[in-house]
Design a protein around this ligand. Structure first.
Ligand SMILES: Cc1cc2nc3c(=O)[nH]c(=O)nc-3n(C[C@H](O)[C@H](O)[C@H](O)COP(=O)(O)OP(=O)(O)OC[C@H]3O[C@@H](n4cnc5c(N)ncnc54)[C@H](O)[C@@H]3O)c2cc1C
Length: 618
């Protein structure tokens, strides 16, 4: 049995591990993994120099590549160290015997002392390399596993088999193919192409959407004024690269506040986004490895009740209300538990139980004397600057906003009023996945969900380590960085890039960085494999029909949701051709996660299912 796995990221590795470890002793199985990047995949490639610096946004204790018995129908698990345990016990030994990795990784091992630390992305890649070495040692008599560091540019069905065409033209055959392709590079939009051409003509600098670890950032120096479009995770990578990698230093002052000591080589940065707000800082971790918040309102019975009330479909508005009620509840519990809460112990306990049956949580809390309550509606959370006057000094306003965010995040991801509430989005995500995958929304409501909910979820729950937000505050304070008001628009003047925002501020720069990855949409992908499969009608986008008969397409490639096998343009299942992960975004929900131990984590769960389906054919 020959199995080709295209993509050596966490998903590709998850399938490989299950195939090797679950195959019976007498099954001849040959697993071939392909990726142009190192084992562990592109995001974590330890040989990309910037990955020695860029941080993960998941604490080391909550990262694993090993199956465990929480995985639903995952087959017999073979346990192994999570990333923190690996750093404590194995990393140094492994690095000592692998001189191909940069020596700086050994220093990182000494730095990563707490389960709540954030490792660099490259360190994750080294954990993956160690995992792969472990896996190769598990290989039994009839088995082989190989990694070929090459892209697969195309694949074709030949009889019962698939022929893979590698980047160097080599042809390989496989009985089964699993594609776990991650984020793909996209063709530039008309606007991006215009900016790139404009930069070329005028001698300006332009960085198109893509992985920050692969961008050329040595080209920027103190003579540049850079407009950065995007305030998400990529923005924080660029922030790091344009400051500490230019020789500046972040140090703590006597009040323990982070301040920036510039090297003089840093460019000036003007950053903004449509939404206008940098992702919220992650609360300092207080959660154990596998600890998940247990919702009180956003439960399966409540979701089923909404579905029944909606005649078999959940109305999006009701879904949003339920999510926000859960967040609001957690916010209030954390407010009550703050040492400066004015409530007595008796009042606190009475309020906590009253909240469980309350229809309007804030009104109930107010009747118990809790005041200054935040409004937990989605629009206010997404745009806290809504309604501020144009006369306000926006930089001062933003500094006060970041102060609040930092102060709150320091209280921890269980205890902080906001960061504690926001963090539960990570813990309830599997329930949201269930709603999406089981088509609980009508096409109309699903469209609203996609347009409204994604940016909200990202803003509050995937933020960078707290330190990065502290760095941003330090940079604004010394005038190196400026954040625009929401609604940034970029165009060009005669010889510069120009940004305007909703408060009519105008900024000009000689450089523009698009601080984001492209959309996950197969119709704009540049990945040769995706392009070929799409152009031949093998990858097609699922279509949703609205109530009025009109339609829209998702960005994903279509699959049979039961088996993960690709559905072609005729709706025919291509047996033994599996696709999972980020290329399914839209058809599935929030695949951009790393496996977490002990929580039936989606990456390992789906990988185990695919591997077992393959093994069932043996
Ligand atoms: C910059 C960045 C930082 C991130 N940080 C975090 C984080 O800190 N925590 C977290 O939980 N998640 C993070 N993520 C989300 C990340 O997507 C997941 O954690 C995880 O890597 C997804 O695993 P995957 O295997 O599905 O995809 P990937 O890890 O992206 O792996 C897919 C692999 O497929 C390969 N591939 C694609 N096409 C081909 C082809 N034609 N032939 C051969 N190989 C191919 C790619 O080169 C890539 O290596 C981050 C994502 C990005 C982009």
């Amino acid at each position: 049995m020959q199995v080709a796995i295209i993509g050596a990221g966490p998903r590709g590795l998850a399938v490989a591990e299950r195939l090797i470890n679950l195959a019976s002793d007498d099954l001849p199985i040959n697993v071939q993994i392909y990726d142009p990047y190192a084992i562990g995949g592109r995001v974590w490639d330890p040989f990309l120099p910037q990955n020695q610096q860029f941080l993960m946004n998941t604490v080391v204790d909550q990262v694993t590549l090993f199956n465990d018995d929480s995985i639903e129908n995952g087959g017999k698990p073979l346990s192994g160290p999570n990333m923190f345990q690996w750093i404590e016990n194995e990393a140094k030994l492994f690095l000592d015997s692998h001189p191909e990795f940069d020596v700086s990784y050994l220093n990182q091992v000494s730095r990563l002392k707490s389960p709540n630390d954030f490792a660099t992305r490259g360190m994750m890649g080294i954990y993956a390399a160690w995992f792969f070495e472990w896996l190769t040692k598990r290989v039994r008599h009839e088995q082989t596993i190989n990694f070929t560091q090459q892209a697969v540019n195309d694949l074709k069905k030949i009889g019962d088999k698939f022929q893979l065409i590698l980047n160097d033209g080599t042809l390989m055959l496989a009985d089964f193919v699993v594609m776990a392709l991650g984020h793909s590079d996209d063709v530039l939009s008309d606007e991006e192409q215009y900016f790139q051409d404009f930069a070329g003509e005028k001698g300006l600098k332009y960085v198109s959407p893509g992985h920050p670890s692969e961008a050329n950032l040595t080209q920027f120096d103190e003579t540049d004024t850079v407009i950065v479009r995007g305030l998400g995770l990529s923005f924080f990578d660029y922030l790091d690269a344009l400051t500490s990698e230019k020789g500046g230093q972040y140090v703590r002052d006597e009040n323990n506040e982070l301040v920036y000591v510039p090297s003089g080589k840093e460019p000036h940065v003007i950053a903004g986004s449509r939404g206008g707000f940098p992702l919220h800082a992650r609360g300092v971790n207080e959660k154990a490895t596998s600890e998940l918040y247990q919702p009180k309102f956003f439960t399966f019975p409540a979701l089923e009740a909404l579905k029944a009330a909606g005649n078999g479909q959940i109305v999006y508005k009701e879904f949003e209300k339920l999510v926000l009620k859960e967040l609001n509840y957690k916010y209030l519990i954390n407010r009550i538990n703050q040492p400066d809460s004015s409530l007595t112990y008796g009042q606190s306990e009475a309020l906590k139980s009253a909240l469980l049956t309350s229809v309007d949580l804030n009104i109930t809390a107010q009747t118990f004397g809790l005041s200054n309550l935040a409004s937990f509606d989605l629009d206010s959370i997404v745009n806290p600057a809504k309604g501020i006057s144009n006369d306000v000094d926006y930089t001062q306003w933003m500094l006060a906003y970041l102060d609040q965010d930092i102060k709150d995040a320091l209280l921890g991801n269980k205890s902080a009023p906001f960061a504690g509430a926001f963090d539960i989005m990570r813990d309830i995500r599997d329930k949201i996945r269930y709603v999406v995958e089981h088509d609980y929304f009508s096409a109309d409501d699903y469209e609203t969900f996609l347009n409204r909910f994604k940016s909200f979820d990202v803003l509050i729950s995937v933020g960078p380590p707290l330190e990065r937000v502290e760095q941003l505050r330090a940079l604004i304070k010394i005038g190196l960085f400026k954040i625009t008001a929401p609604g940034i628009k970029v165009d060009t003047t005669f010889n510069s890039f120009r940004a305007t925002d909703s408060m009519n501020h105008v900024f000009e720069g000689n450089a523009l960085i698009e601080a984001r990855l492209g959309p996950t949409d197969i119709s704009v992908s540049r990945n040769p494999l995706i392009v070929s499969l799409r152009d031949r009608g093998i990858f097609v986008k699922p279509v949703k029909q609205r109530h009025d008969g009109s339609t829209y397409q998702l960005g994903a490639a279509n699959i049979d949701k039961q088996t993960f096998e690709v559905l072609d343009e005729a709706g025919e299942k291509i047996e033994h051709l599996y696709l999972y992960g980020i290329t399914l975004e839209g058809l599935k929900w929030f695949g951009t996660v790393i496996p977490r131990p002990g929580v039936n984590t989606v990456v390992l769960r789906e990988g185990a299912w695919i591997a077992q389906r393959i093994l069932n054919y043996a």
